[in-house]
Design a protein around this ligand. Structure first.
Ligand SMILES: [Zn+2]
Length: 550
C-alpha cells in the first residue's frame, strides 16, 4: 500500500516535469515570436536584495520578477508584456532612471522569482533604511549652503541623489515636514520650518515622478497605485542620527501629493528649559512628575508640541524604580527604559482596549497618547485614582477648557475631581534668529498690548518685568534660511489643582465660578500672557504670539 503511494507520487512528479518542460518550450517560442529574450528563473539563483527595488506587492500585481542588477541596469522577467500593470511598472522603472532588459517567463518561473519575498531576510525587513555614506554626506552638507542651492542640485542629480539632497536640505534647516504639491506645470516643494510652511523651490513633474518612485520604494508603497491615498515609512541616517520618515500620499487633480514627516530621534531628548518652561510653571510640572498617582494632561492643537512635552515629563521619571508603559498612535520617538506600545485600530487594539491591557502589566506610570472617547477617559481617570500616574493629551484650546470637555464627554465629576493634578496648555512660537534680529523703539500699539498684559498679571499677584522701550524684530540671514527665525519655544499655561478647585468641580459649580476661582487664586499665566512675556524678553514677536494664541 505504502509502496503504491510512493510510486504514484513518483509518477505524478514525472508527469509534472514533462508538462513543465513543455510549458518552458512554449514560453521560449512565444518570446521568440515577440522578439524578446526568454528567462528561466527556476535555474537562476535570484539575489534577495532585489526585493529592495521591487516590492512583493508590486511584483505580484505586475506579474513580474527582477532577477539581475548591476547599478542602474536591471533585468526583469514578465509573464505578459502587454498587460497594463506590467507596462506601468516598466515605465516607472524607466522614469526612475533604470535601464531595463525585459524578458518573457512562464508562470512557474515567475513563482521561482518571487521566492525572494518569502525568505527570512525579507520577512524581517520591516523598514528600509536609506543610508547616506559618510563620504557623500560631507559633499551634500557642503553643497547645500542655502535652500536656494537645492533646486539646481536636484534638477542635475539622479533621482536617488535628488531625494538625498531634499532629505539633507530638510535636515539642515530643521524642517519637520516636506511637502510636494503638484500643480499644472510644476511641483511645488515646501518645508515646514519651525512650524511654518516655506516654499523652497519647484521641480518639474518628471523630476518629481522619479523622486516619488524612490520614496515609494523606500516606504514600501505600491508603485502603481496613484489614485488612492497610501501611508508608509522608512528612515535615513545622518551623522549617526536616525531620522524616521512617515510618508503619506494623496491623489490630487495634478497627481499625487506627498507629505513626509521627519521624526528626529534627538527631539525626544529636548529639555524643559529648551522647550521654554521656566519659573513656577517649570516647578509645577516637575512636581507633578514626582507624584505617585493622579492625572497630568497636556492640551493644545496638532503641532503644538504636546508629544515633546509629554516625553520630557516621562524622561524625568526614574525608570529603574518605576515601570512606565505608553500607548501611542503612532510611536514618534523611542524612549529608553520605557515600554511603548502602538494603537492598532484594525486589530482591535484601541486606546480603550489597550489601556485595559496595559493596566494588567502592573505599571506605575502610564502615558496614553490621546483621550478621544469616554471609555478611554474613564479608564484613564480610574487608573489615576488607583495608584497610577497617568499622562495624556486632549485637544482643547486652554487648560481650563479641559474640565468642561471631560465632563461633557461623560466623565463623572466625583471621579474627575480627585484625579486631576495638573493641566498644561501650550502652543509653539518661532524664536527670533539670534544672528540677525534687529532692535527698534517700541510703537504705541505694541506698548498698549504689552502694558495691558503686564497690568493684568500684576493685579493677580504675578511678578512682571518693566515695560520695555524697544523690541526685537526678524530680519533674515543665512543662519535662519532668510526666515528671521530659528527654532521654536513653547508658550504655555500650567494649571495646578488644589483642594478648593477640586471641591468646586465635585459640587458641579458653574464654570464661570470655577474660572473666577482659578483667576483669583492660582496665579496662572495664560498661554498668551506667557507669549507676551517672551516678547518682552526678546525671544519672539507679538505677531508670532498672535498667530498661535489670539
Ligand atoms: Zn537670521
Amino acid at each position: 500500500m505504502a509502496q503504491g503511494q510512493t510510486d504514484n507520487r513518483k509518477l505524478t512528479k514525472g508527469v509534472e516535469e514533462v508538462f513543465q518542460q513543455q510549458k518552458e518550450r512554449d514560453t521560449q517560442a512565444n518570446a521568440k515570436a515577440l522578439g524578446m529574450p526568454y528567462a528561466n528563473l527556476m535555474t537562476i539563483p535570484v539575489n534577495p536584495d532585489l526585493a529592495d527595488i521591487l516590492s512583493k506587492e508590486d511584483a505580484i500585481e505586475a506579474k513580474a520578477a527582477l532577477y539581475f542588477q548591476v547599478g542602474k541596469r536591471l533585468r526583469l522577467a514578465v509573464l505578459d508584456p502587454t498587460s497594463e500593470k506590467t507596462k506601468a511598472l516598466i515605465d516607472r522603472f524607466r522614469v526612475a532612471g533604470y535601464t531595463l532588459e525585459v524578458s518573457l517567463c512562464s508562470e512557474e518561473s515567475l513563482k521561482a522569482g518571487h521566492k525572494i519575498y518569502y525568505t527570512e531576510t525579507y520577512q524581517k525587513q520591516e523598514e528600509m533604511k536609506n543610508v547616506v555614506e559618510e563620504k557623500d554626506l560631507g559633499t551634500y552638507m557642503k553643497e547645500i549652503e542655502s535652500l536656494k542651492d537645492l533646486k539646481a542640485k536636484i534638477e542635475a542629480a539622479s533621482f536617488d541623489k535628488a531625494l538625498n539632497y531634499i532629505q539633507i536640505g530638510a535636515y539642515k534647516t530643521h524642517s519637520s515636514d516636506i511637502h510636494f504639491e503638484p500643480e499644472e506645470k510644476q511641483v511645488v516643494v515646501r518645508f515646514r520650518i519651525d512650524g511654518v510652511l516655506q516654499t523652497v523651490f519647484d521641480i518639474t513633474p518628471k523630476a518629481y515622478a522619479g523622486v516619488l518612485t524612490e520614496i515609494k520604494y523606500l516606504s514600501h508603497l505600491k508603485l502603481n497605485i496613484v489614485n488612492m491615498p497610501q501611508d508608509g515609512q522608512y528612515s535615513f541616517l545622518v551623522n549617526d542620527r536616525q531620522i524616521n520618515v512617515r510618508v503619506s500620499t494623496l491623489p490630487t487633480h495634478y497627481g499625487e501629493a506627498t507629505v513626509m514627516r521627519l521624526l528626529d530621534s534627538d527631539q525626544a531628548n529636548v529639555t524643559f528649559d529648551a522647550l521654554g518652561f521656566e519659573g513656577s510653571a517649570l516647578e509645577r510640572i516637575k512636581e507633578a512628575t514626582r507624584l505617585s498617582h493622579g492625572m497630568v494632561l497636556v492640551t493644545g492643537p496638532t503641532g503644538s508640541g504636546k508629544t515633546t512635552t509629554l516625553y520630557s515629563m516621562l524622561r524625568c521619571i526614574d525608570t529603574k524604580a518605576k515601570k512606565v508603559i505608553t500607548l501611542e498612535d503612532p510611536i514618534e520617538y523611542n524612549l529608553p527604559g520605557i515600554s511603548q506600545s502602538q494603537v492598532e485600530e484594525e486589530k482591535g487594539y484601541t486606546f480603550a482596549t489597550g489601556l485595559r491591557s496595559i493596566l494588567r502589566q502592573d505599571p506605575d506610570v502610564i502615558m496614553v497618547g490621546e483621550v478621544r472617547d469616554v471609555e478611554t477617559a474613564e479608564t484613564a481617570v480610574q487608573a489615576s485614582l488607583t495608584g497610577h500616574l497617568v499622562f495624556s493629551t486632549l485637544h482643547t484650546n486652554s487648560a481650563i477648557e479641559s474640565i468642561p470637555r471631560l465632563l461633557n464627554m461623560g466623565v463623572r465629576s466625583f471621579v474627575l475631581a480627585p484625579a486631576l493634578n495638573l493641566i498644561v496648555a501650550q502652543r509653539l512660537v518661532r524664536k527670533l534668529c539670534p544672528a540677525c534680529s534687529m532692535t527698534s523703539a517700541i510703537t504705541e500699539a505694541e506698548k498698549s498690548t504689552i502694558s495691558e498684559t503686564l497690568d493684568s498679571l500684576q493685579k493677580r499677584g504675578i511678578a512682571v518685568p518693566a515695560l520695555p522701550t524697544e523690541l526685537k524684530h526678524p530680519k533674515g540671514c543665512p543662519v535662519c534660511s532668510d526666515t528671521g527665525f530659528k527654532d521654536q519655544v513653547a508658550i504655555a499655561e500650567v494649571l495646578p489643582f488644589d483642594q478648593n478647585l477640586r471641591d468646586l468641580i465635585l459640587s458641579n459649580a458653574p464654570m464661570p465660578q470655577v474660572y473666577d476661582y482659578i483667576e483669583k487664586n492660582l496665579k496662572m499665566t495664560s498661554v498668551r500672557e506667557d507669549g507676551v512675556l517672551k516678547v518682552v524678553r526678546g525671544l519672539t514677536t507679538l505677531e508670532e504670539v498672535d498667530r498661535v494664541a489670539r
